[in-house]
Design a protein around this ligand. Structure first.
Ligand SMILES: [Zn+2]
Length: 171
């Protein structure tokens, strides 16, 4: 296990063979996944051969950033709502707050699985970051290679190669 920092937040990075079974994206579909963020925690899982692959690591760090962003955004909304209806909850206020916290904690993986639009946004951002960093051989992933993965069956985004390529290219 290694630690990486995302601003002030420490992010544990685990190297394990069990990536496909634990990662959030559709496991076992399309090309086998080399890394991922599991559905239950904002940590990074990478296959052992990804040691030194800064591109993939940065891709997954971007997903961890998305996790914390959705946690704080939805957490804020939940708290505001709970305050607004505090009277209605009465004695059960703290139970409701606890449930709300769980919902916020899982907001990123839930949205990622449930919403094609969120998944598309999330992966485009992650691949744009990955394109800026080298892999284990010191080579940056090409735009076409990223577009091929993005349009592939793994992400179920309903994108054609050309469309994926232009989405990745525009900034
Ligand atoms: Zn991704």
């Amino acid at each position: 296990m290694k630690m990486r920092n995302l601003g002030l937040l420490p992010v544990p990075v685990f190297y394990t063979e069990r990536v496909p079974s634990l990662a959030a994206g559709g496991a076992g579909q399309g090309a086998p996944s080399k890394g991922g963020v599991p559905w239950f925690a904002p940590v990074i899982l990478l296959r052992p051969e990804c040691h030194g692959n800064e591109g993939i690591l940065q891709h997954e760090l971007e997903h961890v950033r998305q996790w914390w962003t959705s946690f704080f955004l939805t957490g804020g909304l939940v708290i505001l709502n709970l305050c607004a209806v505090r009277v209605a909850f009465g004695e059960t206020f703290w139970q409701a707050a606890f449930l709300g916290l769980w919902f916020s904690w899982l907001a990123h993986p839930l949205l990622y699985r449930a919403s094609r639009r969120y998944r598309r946004w999330s992966e485009i951002r992650a691949y744009r970051v990955q394109l800026r960093y080298p892999d284990t051989r010191g080579v940056k992933m090409s735009l076409s290679a990223a577009a091929e993965l993005l349009a592939g069956p793994r992400y179920r985004l309903g994108l054609q190669f050309k469309e994926a390529r232009s989405l990745l290219a525009e900034e």
